[in-house]
Design a protein around this ligand. Structure first.
Ligand code: AMP
Length: 281
């Protein structure tokens, strides 16, 4: 992979990288299509990264669908699939970690200690191997995208980070490889996350700016759905990820909830421009 990348760089080609953990869905495909529009070659990495799973998390049972993924990538015209083994990525004497301090400890990081260190460590390795000019991430994992952008800035990495919108099912549920864990009742209830964001969006459009009142709406919608247990609902500044009192600049409305044993995250991006707030759910 590194040799392919060096040759492409030598020819001044624009390398696009889409890092994934496989079990690919339209959310991943949207990143790949965006990469195809801007870059050649496009590299998709497929690696279920053990370092980003906690000891009691779903690493063993995380959905794996290598043959279907490989076929889908071929159909999409992806140039290279990079699918290393855990042993290749982490030989027994592996000893380096990458931590973006501060941003990695909040929100998801508080509930999943070490998660973002696992993410940034593997993403830096992928960047070194694939040498991307551009790397594509989904806003579905908004905190992850923010942390990767910070790592890229802090370490002067030459990759440009592109963050793409969230792809959703027709009923609003954000696409996720983990949705296959949901039973029929949980699947129905799972739309509460989207519905709560949509309610907040309507209130913002109607002029609401208070984070406390918007959070109360989010809680109200989600708590009306039995079986959905909120881990957190927060409205934060999109740069600092610190809670805001009222909407200003760019903010994220971030949600994490459990449905049975399945943990889902979702979010909306609120952007102020010329005094008008646009809400991207
Ligand atoms: P994953 O395989 O879950 O690690 O995701 C790989 C990339 O796809 C990450 O950058 C995710 O943010 C992105 N992604 C996952 N789900 C979606 C979605 N529903 N819409 C857009 N991007 C997504």
């Amino acid at each position: 992979m590194n040799q392919v990348a060096r040759e492409a760089r030598a020819q001044e080609r624009i390398i696009g990288l889409v890092p994934t953990m496989g079990a690919l869905h339209e959310g991943h495909f949207s990143l790949i299509r965006a990469a195809k529009a801007d870059c050649s070659p496009v590299v998709v990495s497929l690696f279920v990264n053990p370092k980003q799973f906690g000891p009691s998390e779903d690493f063993q049972k995380y959905p794996r669908a290598f043959e279907a993924d490989r076929a889908a990538l071929e159909t999409l015209g992806v140039d290279y699939l990079f699918a290393p083994t855990p042993e290749e990525m982490y030989p027994p004497d592996f000893g380096t970690v990458v931590t973006v301090q501060g941003l990695s400890d909040k929100l998801e990081g508080q509930l999943r200690p070490g998660h973002f260190q696992g993410v940034t460590t593997v993403v830096l390795k992928l960047f070194e191997i694939v040498q991307p000019n551009r790397a594509y991430f989904g806003r579905k994992d908004a905190q992850q995208a923010r942390i990767i952008r910070q790592m890229t800035r802090d370490l002067n990495l030459p990759a440009q980070i592109v963050v793409r919108p969230i792809l959703r099912e027709p009923d609003g549920l954000a696409l996720s490889s983990r949705n296959v864990y949901l039973n029929a009742d949980e699947r129905r209830a799972a739309t509460a996350l989207y519905r709560s964001l949509e309610s907040a969006r309507q209130e913002i459009v109607a002029g609401e700016r208070s984070a406390a009142r918007l959070l109360s709406t989010l809680h109200h919608v989600i708590e009306a759905e039995p079986g959905v247990v909120l881990d957190y609902a927060e409205i934060v500044d999109a740069e600092s990820l610190e809670p805001v009192v009222s909407l200003r600049g760019s903010c994220l409305i971030l949600l994490a909830a459990k449905l049975g044993k399945t943990r889902l995250i979702d979010n909306a991006l609120v952007e102020e421009g010329n005094g008008v707030f646009r809400v991207n759910v």
